[in-house]
Design a protein around this ligand. Structure first.
Ligand code: SF4
Length: 287
């Protein structure tokens, strides 16, 4: 069997900023003798709502392993109505949800479990645009999915990404599970500074992502109440205020759960826990 971490032609490592994709990057570096080929790019797409520790971790991987990581952010359509993106750095990256809020303003609706536009518009498509802008026409993308995530991996292989892109999950191909990822990071001189809870990073990716479960979001709000404010503003339609013709309130990120304002009030008042588990685990942004 060929080494699944070896690229054969133009390639991309999609780095979510989590421990799993960090480990995938390390394995890929090892497979290539410590240095990636010139036609392999490591990409991290920042929504502006990533945890600060995630941004520091992406930078730490780049510095400690001496591997360039390109940071990109989605931008609103340009003067010619073309979709755009920006290349940023750890120092200049958005930290107050700016790319995410701009997307909501442009679309005039909130992402939700049925229309998960944020993953596609803030991560997948800006990455594709960036790659095309540097001359890629066809490439293979490595995604950080593990062997203990068979449903996500199956979906990956069932999707048609067009003739220009093939997606692969090399960690899953060699049987790496969350335990192996955890053991790897315990042995490193640096790590993601977010709790590892039985292989799951509760804080990971957008801080209060609507796909996280209610109890998870309550715990995160209790830990740092100001986390809720951006999400509350989006639901109150603050993102619409700049429009010449306001189109009304913003709605909710999830219709099957309380609003972020209600969750904030609940968290501050030490209210009831959610009686059911409503985590939607198949977010495409994680690890
Ligand atoms: S982490 Fe959640 S909120 Fe953030 S881009 Fe992904 S799906 Fe959207």
């Amino acid at each position: 069997m060929n080494n699944p971490f070896l690229f054969d032609g133009p390639g991309v490592i999609s780095f979510s900023g989590g421990r799993t994709s960090g480990y995938m990057l390390w394995r890929t570096l090892q497979a290539h003798g410590g240095t990636l080929p010139d036609d392999v790019t490591v990409l991290f797409a920042n929504t502006g709502k990533e945890m600060p520790e995630t941004l520091d971790f992406v930078e730490a991987c780049s510095v400690n392993w001496d591997v360039p990581i390109v940071w990109i952010e989605n931008r609103p359509r340009d003067a010619e109505r073309k979709k755009s993106h920006a290349v940023v750095t750890h120092a200049t990256a958005s930290r107050n949800g700016e790319p995410f809020a701009a997307l909501i303003a442009e679309k005039s609706y909130l992402p939700n479990p049925v229309a998960r536009i944020c993953t596609a518009e803030l991560k997948v498509r800006p990455m594709q645009r960036y790659l095309k802008s540097i001359g890629y026409t066809e490439w293979t993308t490595f995604i950080g999915m593990r062997a203990d995530e068979p449903r996500r991996v199956a979906r990956l292989s069932n999707q048609d990404y067009g003739s220009h892109e093939t997606k692969e999950a090399p960690l899953a191909m060699v049987g790496v599970d969350k335990g192996a990822v955890g053991r790897f990071w315990k042995e490193q001189s640096f790590d993601l500074a977010l709790p590892n809870m039985d292989g799951v990073t509760m804080h990971g990716n957008c801080d209060l992502c609507f796909l996280k479960g209610g109890n998870q979001k309550l715990a995160l709000i209790r830990e740092k109440p100001e986390r809720a404010l951006w999400w509350i503003e989006q639901e109150k339609g603050k993102h619409m205020e700049h429009r010449e013709q306001p189109i009304g309130g913003g709605g909710w990120f999830r219709k099957d759960a309380p609003s972020y304002q209600a969750m904030y009030d609940m968290a501050m008042g030490h209210g009831e826990l959610f009686p059911f588990e409503d985590t939607l685990n198949d977010c495409g942004c994680t690890d």
